[in-house]
Design a protein around this ligand. Structure first.
Ligand code: ADP
Length: 462
């Protein structure tokens, strides 16, 4: 008990610094809305990039035929086919395959990477059968989900700015990735073409919207985080030169870059300073799955240093960045037993604390809750900010009626406390009346099929 009490001042400080009372959430939501407006007005005017998707035709449900999707965003890529049956048949069947990308390809040339992808795609296409039929006279079309920074100029072209996430492929930066893929498919003798290049969040929104037309916002909360929403073209000053008239499009907010008014601690600042992108993606570093465990680890390391929270068995492993992961926090928070046995075993197995008092275990659960609560509530404030921006600029078109926020990603899916903190903050900000119309809904794998649906909605043949 004495040992745990010595850590109490650090916990008290943490609680204070991570607190997210309503006025703070209001500020965050308002700053999110303001950042959105700034980014829609002029490129680079605010923290939010507000990237146009060039999607002017959302799937309506009446799409028919066979379409493909290709998802490249990490060390695996996924290929998928879907047979669409229009309003009545909807999704008749889907099939997908996952392929891992060998290290030498990730460090090779542009041709090698795209030839590898085209060859695997070709294999997959060769196995087409059963419920899958290409309409006569049509070419196979692909929705290409490409989760790297691109400068998009139309629905079916986009220039790679730079590779991220461990990719070091030479010669691609500055090139149109759609043209690269089309050329590789041609080299493979594969008669297919890319009809839509989409960000994964945009794909998730399109996929969710296909099933439910009231879906207006899609949020991904996984390793990282992002959000996109449906915007009226008139409300995008930076696209006015295109003369689009009235209509809707999807805007990718890239909200991970937001930082205005966030309640940050020294632990956040240290983690950021030691990260590969210091000063960037601060909202992401505060609310997404990659970081929550690491922030908690940093707090515990400080507690272990300044108190004898873990008795004399000081845990070396606690100094190792990213040993404690968000799923561990989640498992600890589900432990309702009196002696917190699950917490004990995580402490032992993950951070090498062989003996812990029940009081110490409680402190650790408290620290986790503090960080997860802040993350969840800030995510909720971000969503409320998006909804408020949409509401204010559409004069009551959003919040007076059923509005669905589609959620995707492993953090949202698996962490019940995070989910409730998020929804709780939304309810506090929006009030019971508006909250009654808002549905927060999980969409499983909306993005995979979403890209194929966008290829269908933007088909060159339909
Ligand atoms: P990604 O975002 O990497 O494309 P996911 O959407 O599946 O993939 O999210 C994975 C992330 O979700 C993990 O990095 C982790 O932070 C979080 N996560 C996975 N499982 C759990 C869990 N049981 N509890 C809490 N968070 C989890």
């Amino acid at each position: 008990k004495v040992a745990a009490a010595a850590a109490a001042p650090i916990l008290d400080d943490l609680r204070l610094q991570c607190a997210t009372p309503l006025p703070l959430l209001r500020h965050v939501a308002g700053a999110m809305a303001a950042g959105m407006r700034a980014g829609l007005a002029v490129d680079g005017a605010g923290e939010l990039k507000m990237i146009p998707s060039y999607v002017y035709s959302l799937p309506t449900g009446s799409e028919t035929g066979l379409f493909y999707a290709l998802d490249l965003g990490g060390t695996n890529f996924r290929v998928l086919r879907v047979q669409l049956g229009g309003k009545d048949g909807r999704v008749i069947d889907t099939e997908s395959e996952q392929v891992s990308i060998p290290k030498e390809i990730m460090h090779g040339t542009t041709e090698e990477l795209f030839d590898f992808i085209a060859a695997r795609l070709s294999n997959f296409v060769a196995k087409e059968g059963g419920n899958f039929h290409l309409q006569e006279g049509w070419k196979r079309e692909i929705g290409f989900t490409f989760s790297f920074p691109v400068k998009q100029t139309s629905i079916d072209s986009g220039i790679l700015i730079k590779w991220t996430k461990g990719f070091a492929v030479s010669g691609t930066a500055g090139k149109d990735v759609v043209a690269c893929l089309n050329a590789a498919m041609e080299r493979q003798g594969l008669d297919m073409s890319v009809s839509a290049l989409v960000n994964d969040t945009v794909g998730a929104l399109a996929g969710a919207h296909y099933w439910d037309e009231d879906v207006m916002v899609a949020v991904i909360l996984g390793t990282g985080t992002n959000a996109c929403y449906i915007e009226r073209t008139e409300s995008i000053p930076k696209l006015q030169h295109l003369g689009l008239g009235t209509g809707n499009t999807i805007i990718n907010t890239e909200w991970g870059a937001f930082s205005d008014g966030l309640p940050l601690t020294e632990f956040d600042r240290d983690m950021d300073a030691e990260s590969i992108n210091p000063g960037e993606q601060i909202f992401e570093k505060t609310i997404s799955g990659m970081y929550l465990g690491e922030i908690v680890r940093r707090v515990l390391a400080r507690m272990a240093q300044e108190s004898d929270l873990f008795g004399h068995s000081f845990a070396d492993k606690l100094t190792e960045p990213f040993v404690l992961r968000t799923p561990h926090l989640c498992a600890m928070q589900q432990d309702n037993s009196d002696d917190l046995g699950e917490v004990e075993s995580i402490l032992r197995d993950i951070i090498g604390v062989n003996q812990s008092s029940v009081a110490a275990r409680r402190v650790i659960v408290e620290v986790s809750d503090c960080i997860v609560k802040r993350g969840g509530r800030l995510a909720g404030a971000g969503i409320a900010g998006i909804l408020q921006k949409m509401e204010n600029d559409s004069k009551g078109l959003i919040l007076g009626r059923r509005t669905v926020v589609a959620m995707d990603g492993g953090l949202y899916e698996n962490y019940p406390q995070y989910r409730s903190y998020m929804v709780e903050a939304m309810a506090e900000l929006l009030g019971p009346q508006d909250m009654e119309h808002i549905v927060v809904e999980h969409t499983k794998d909306g993005s995979g099929i979403g890209a194929a649906l966008l290829a269908a909605a933007n088909s060159k043949y339909a």
